[in-house]
Design a protein around this ligand. Structure first.
Ligand SMILES: [Cu+2]
Length: 141
């Protein structure tokens, strides 16, 4: 009985040593995954952010960034949130690579779109009243 018990203890001990060695060996491969993550983050480093558009309720239309009138915006992909406060106006953004009627004239409410802005001049306007000056521009650099 004593010998069998001793043999059992030795076998368990050997199994533990093998298990510990296996764990130690696998942990060294994790550094490869860390490098891969860092590389993919660096590749997607283009500018992005949020722009706010507002049209109506009067004959006004504007685009702002961080609460200020947008005049110069960095190129990149933006979330454009438009508040259309009138059923007699619409919001239309036109520029390099973009021709987006975000809201139609009868629509009232909020719409959010994603736009990719390239270098150049972008015009936002209310189509029926653009000729009367209901429009504005901002530069993308
Ligand atoms: Cu209008």
């Amino acid at each position: 009985m004593n010998r069998r018990a001793l043999i059992a203890i030795v076998l368990i001990g050997a199994a533990l040593v093998v298990g510990a060695t296996a764990c130690g060996g696998s942990s060294s491969s994790s550094s490869d995954e860390t490098e891969a993550t860092t590389t993919s983050e660096g590749a997607s480093a283009s500018a992005s952010g949020t722009l706010d558009g507002e049209v109506g309720p009067g004959f006004t239309i504007e685009v702002s960034q961080n609460g200020e009138d947008a005049e110069s915006v960095k190129a990149g992909t933006y979330t454009l949130k438009v508040e259309d406060k009138s059923s007699s106006h619409n919001f239309h953004l036109i520029g390099p690579g973009v021709d987006n009627t975000v809201t139609e004239v009868p629509f009232e409410g909020e719409k959010t779109v994603t736009v990719t802005l390239e270098k150049g001049t972008y015009t936002y306007q209310c189509d029926p009243h653009a000729s009367g000056g209901m429009k504005g521009t901002f530069e993308v650099t």
